[in-house]
Structures are given as structure tokens and as C-alpha cells.
Design a protein around this ligand. Structure first.
Ligand code: EPZ
Length: 417
């Protein structure tokens, strides 16, 4: 449990580097298992989800160490394919070990994954993709066993562009005989990063970033090195915090193409945004106006992960903004907590309507998931007075040194473990 102490009302100013992407690092760590090899990863964020993924690798017999933002993995020592229930349930991305272990060993024992409670989050598409490649999947008392004497390449049709199911299919396909085509694939930048790593591991794969990904073979390499892409949601978090507090910040080490939609919305709300390929600067006078309709969609649409962040940034924007959440059915848990700070937001079905208020007041609030927690911190930074954000470990799952970085930019914030 952590408690974030925040005294709001201070502008954010200055420049900082953005962490490596959690949602690129996690599938790539799982992918290091697909063949016996040494992997060196750079720009890996120091997060509890990363530590947990490395713990799973060690549980499977591998060497897996992180020193600051460098990670070393030796998957030549893999000696079992059973992931304990408590490890599976610690995060959503544990499910990605399924495709990797099936490719490597032809068998994997696991349970349903954990992860932020933002909806039902089934894994039916993951399991169907494994079956499509010839795996026998049995589910008994919550345990899932996937077996395949030899995976066979096939056409996999995803009924929805699921990020995780796309990644799992890519990993399993690397161990399949013949060609696999994944149709209806998700197009997120993290999937492109995973493809780049898999190519370094020896995969013949292309199409990531489009809805059609082809895996046409695999010739294992003895080692691979890769630098994790920047975290586009962490970058979005800092931009929203600067917009909310009336700040002037510059983010470095980003790929500004990855959050075009958010940049457009913040500009529409009244912020000045100056971007280059690897940096983005946001200047806000703190007086923002509403932006009408916001719809969350799979990439390249506006990302669901940024919905709570943008809502928090625009709580004092003049007028009404409507947020329609089309990706997860339970992603408005932050609204009740924002209302405790004086926000005027009402939820009806999968739409939240927010009317700008003159000011927010500090309050004690509770984080229900990773991005909801970040949204509460953004709102607290722009509120008058002191706030306490009570966090059961969600925020540090996804943000590296968030308190230090915000303090460096001028925020009055301290995290108490
Ligand atoms: C990834 O989750 C991200 N997590 C999420 O980020 C992100 O919100 C999400 O993609 C959407 O962009 C990681 O990469 C570790 P999905 P994932 O499969 O893969 C339904 C964060 O804050 N679905 O694209 O779990 C599902 O219920 C996290 O960093 C099925 O129905 O998301 C959801 O409604 C939160 N069956 C929709 O698809 C399946 O088999 C999108 O889920 C799989 C998914």
C-alpha cells in the first residue's frame, strides 16, 4: 500500500525523460523464452510488473536480472513450463507466457491472468488462437493446460483487435511449422516493438502495425539486444498533468507520433504544443475549454488508457466534454473519486459527461487501477489544498519514479510506502 501526499495548485515546469514502455517491455520479456538465447534489453522501466515478469522467468529456471534500466535474460536454462497461480494472477501480461512457452516447449500450465479491474477481460481470443495453431487446450478448475506436439501455421482471425491476443498469437506462431497469418490484428506501437525484437531473435515476421501480421518461419539466434520504445501513456500522463496545472513542460526521449490524438485534444482544449520526432513541449495557461466528444478506440484511435488522464486534465475546462469508453466496459471507476474532489461528472452506460467546474478541492481518494490512480494524481495536482491518494500498489506497477519526476517539475508530492 502507498499513500501519495499532494499539495495542489502548483504549475509544472521543466524538462524530463519519459520511461521505457511497460506495455512493450512485458511482451518482450515473455518473448525471450521462445528459443534458448541470451537477451539484453535497454530502457526497461523499473516497475513492479517488470520485476514480477522477471520473477516468472526465474521460476521457470531462467536467469533474469534488472540493473537500473538494463535487463539481462538467459533463457537457455529454462527447466519447466508451469506458472504458479499467484504469479499468473499478479498482472494481465502473465498470459503472454502462454504463447511463448507453447512455442518453446509445446506445453504450458497456467491459470487466468490478473490485471487492472477495468472490465471482465476474458482470454477467449488468446485460447482460440492457440487452438488455431493446433494446440489442445483444456480448462479444469481454473487451470489451463495447452499442449501441442507440433504447432502448425494457420490463418488466425481475431474478432476484435485485442493487443494481448495479437501478441500471444505472434509468440506461438514463432514455434509453428509453416506460415501463420494473423488477421484483424491490433496495430499498437508496442506490437511493432515486439516484432522488431522477434526479428532479432530469428523470426521471419512482418506486418506489425497493420491488421495483417505474417509469421513465416524462425531460425533461432544465440542472442538478441533491444532497446524498449518510449512509453506513450506515461508521456500522455505528464502532458495531462501539465495541462491541468497550467504548466510548461518538455518531454524528451518520446516518439511524438504515438500520441497524436491526445496532442490534438489538448491543443483543442487550449494548450500550445510544439513537437519534434523525439520531444514534445506543452504550454498551458491553465484556462482550458471543453472539447465535445471523446471516443476511445483501438490504435490509431484515442487510447482507452488515456481516457482517465484526459478527463482529469479537463475537469476545470469551461463547458462539457463527453467520454465514450468503447474498449473496456468498466473503466469509469475513477469518476466517483474525482467527484470527491468536486468534479462534476456523471456516468450513463459507457459514456461519462463532465462539466467544467471553477475549482477542485483536495480530498482523500482511492485508486482502483493503474490509470485511474494516475488520473487522481493529475486532479490532485490541479486541486486547491492537500490530497491523499491511497494506492494498493497500482500506480507503481506502471510508472517509474512518478513522484520524483513530478517533484522535479515543481509538484509538491510525496509517496509514503
Ligand atoms: C493491453 O491490455 C494493455 N495492457 C492495456 O493497458 C490496454 O488498455 C489494452 O491493451 C488496450 O489497449 C498490456 O499491454 C499489458 P485487449 P489487453 O486484449 O491486451 C476484450 C495499462 O493501463 N478481449 O486489447 O488485455 C477485452 O475484454 C493497461 O497499461 C476479449 O474479449 O487488452 C477488452 O474489452 C490496462 N477476449 C478488449 O478486448 C480476449 O481474449 C481489448 O482488450 C481478449 C480481449
Amino acid at each position: 500500500m502507498a499513500i501519495w501526499h499532494i499539495n495542489g495548485g502548483r504549475r509544472l515546469e521543466g524538462a524530463c525523460f519519459v520511461q521505457g514502455s511497460k506495455n512493450a517491455a512485458l511482451p518482450i520479456i515473455a518473448a525471450s523464452l521462445i528459443s534458448p538465447a541470451e537477451t539484453n534489453l535497454l530502457n526497461v522501466p523499473c516497475l513492479s510488473d517488470v520485476s514480477q515478469s522477471l520473477r516468472i522467468l526465474r521460476q521457470l529456471g531462467c536467469t533474469a536480472e534488472q540493473y537500473q534500466n538494463d535487463v539481462y535474460i538467459d533463457s537457455r536454462k529454462l527447466n519447466n513450463c508451469i506458472i504458479p497461480k499467484e504469479m499468473m494472477q499478479s498482472m494481465r501480461s502473465s498470459v503472454l507466457f502462454m504463447g511463448a512457452l507453447l512455442a518453446r516447449c509445446g506445453v504450458v500450465h497456467l491459470t487466468a491472468p490478473g490485471g487492472c479491474k477495468i472490465g471482465s477481460r476474458p482470454i477467449d481470443m488468446h485460447l482460440d488462437a492457440m487452438r488455431c495453431l493446433g494446440a489442445e487446450v483444456t480448462e479444469e478448475n481454473g487451470e489451463i493446460i495447452c499442449k501441442a506436439s507440433k504447432l502448425k501455421g494457420n490463418d488466425i482471425f481475431l474478432k476484435y483487435p485485442s493487443v494481448g491476443a495479437t501478441e500471444n498469437a505472434m509468440l506461438a506462431a514463432c514455434g509453428a511449422e509453416g506460415e501463420t497469418i494473423i488477421r484483424g490484428a491490433a496495430k499498437e506501437p508496442e506490437i511493432v516493438d515486439l516484432q522488431e525484437y522477434l526479428i532479432k531473435m530469428g523470426a521471419f515476421i512482418n506486418g506489425a502495425g497493420t491488421s495483417r501480421i505474417t509469421v513465416s518461419g524462425f531460425e533461432a539466434e544465440a542472442s538478441a539486444g533491444h532497446r524498449i520504445m518510449p512509453d506513450r501513456i506515461a508521456a500522455s500522463t505528464f502532458l495531462c498533468a501539465a495541462a491541468a496545472t497550467g504548466g510548461d513542460i518538455e518531454l524528451r526521449g518520446v516518439d511524438s507520433r504515438h500520441f497524436l490524438q491526445l496532442r490534438h485534444f489538448l491543443n483543442q482544449a487550449g494548450c500550445d504544443i510544439i513537437s519534434s520526432d523525439r520531444s514534445v513541449r506543452l504550454i498551458s495557461k491553465g484556462i482550458l475549454h471543453s472539447i465535445g466528444q471523446v471516443q476511445t478506440e483501438p490504435y490509431p484511435g484515442f487510447p482507452t488508457d488515456a481516457q482517465p488522464l484526459l478527463m482529469a486534465a479537463l475537469l476545470k475546462a469551461q463547458g462539457k466534454t463527453e467520454y465514450t469508453e468503447n474498449v473496456f466496459e468498466g473503466r469509469f471507476c475513477h469518476v466517483s473519486q474525482l467527484r470527491r474532489m468536486g468534479a462534476d461528472v456523471a456516468v450513463c452506460g459507457n459514456t461519462a459527461s463532465a462539466w467544467g467546474v471553477k475549482s477542485l478541492k483536495g480530498a482523500a481518494v482511492t485508486a482502483s487501477d493503474l490509470r485511474a490512480g494516475a488520473a487522481l494524481i493529475i486532479a490532485a495536482l490541479s486541486a486547491q489544498g492537500k490530497s491523499l491518494v491511497i494506492d494498493r500498489g497500482y500506480i507503481t506497477r506502471g510508472y517509474e519514479s512518478l513522484d520524483n519526476k513530478l517533484r522535479y517539475l515543481g509538484a509538491d508530492i510525496n509517496m509514503e510506502i
